[in-house]
Design a protein around this ligand. Sequence first.
Ligand code: 13P
Ligand code: SF4
Length: 337
Amino acid sequence: MSTMRNDRSRQDFRKSRGKSGKRGVHMTVKEEIEQLKREKNAVILAHYYVPDEVQEIADYIGDSYYLSKMAVGLEQQTIVFCGVSFMGESAKILNPDKTVLMPEPCADCAMAHMADAETIRRMRERYDDLSVVCYINSTADLKRHSDVCVTSANAVDIVRALPSRNIFFIPDRNLARFVAEQVPEKNFIFNEGYCPVHEQISLAEAEKAKAEHPEAEVLTHPECPDALCRMSDYVGSTSGIIKYAGMSSAEEFIVCTENGVRCELEKRYPQKRFYFTQTEPVCRDMKLITLEKVLHVLKTGENEMNIGSKVRGEAKRPLERMLELAGTKQTAGTGRE
Ligand code: 13P
Ligand code: SF4
């Protein structure tokens, strides 16, 4: 009797120890996450806009395109997605048999809702030769009414490769304009959606930063307004901006995108300097993801992403078409692009 009790308490003691050998109560949140990830066969994906400490515990970190590519073919059964709803939805649509957990289910992207199925239907009636191109920052319901998805990293190449001459681009008017300029052979129909974070990056503040740092190059996300893109040295996706900063001979940069990219920029290029506009662009929804919330979903399995099978099945086609047209070559193992 007493031997059994001793055995049990030894087992319990072992179970509560982390990699560091500490008891459960003394483990840090990061150590607990690491331990639970192994026990539950889980993998953590994070967008560059989530808080730095969450980026640090992620197995894979990148922009929307990289994360959608990486979500396919992962060996783990559970994906913890540190990002906003449309990102978790895309991971679930592409991997219906996996469990996708959202640390903060209320984290949403306002732009993802700025289009509607009825307008798509009317456009299809008006134009015979039409492709509905849907930015991945959109709800699953919008995706299922679309022909192909794109991200800011692949939109130009994909639109160029489409057979149709008419392109209805939803929901982002700014990315649509950026793509339309580079693919002049297509007739673009614009939709009035926008990202509230990038739309509000001020041209005046970018010019002020440039006056203070005249040697700095201006790097801008295509979700930003036209005038800001035009005064920039480089316009591209979050990953594009990070890669450009490494390839450029400049040593200073004014970064016109969400301030979460600072973490990766400073980690990769410690000798370079990065400035943001005075009113730093912050996506409040992305910042809702915390280490404690990641730990909570790993412990409890709560906040599982679920999408009805009809919507899931129909939304899969445009996402898969994006991966086919853009190429799905994975860079697994590096954890970064
Ligand atoms: P990318 O990740 O494609 O750069 O898009 C930025 C963004 O706003 C994600 O929500
Ligand atoms: Fe949506 Fe803009 Fe936030 Fe990206 S930064 S999730 S586009 S609101």
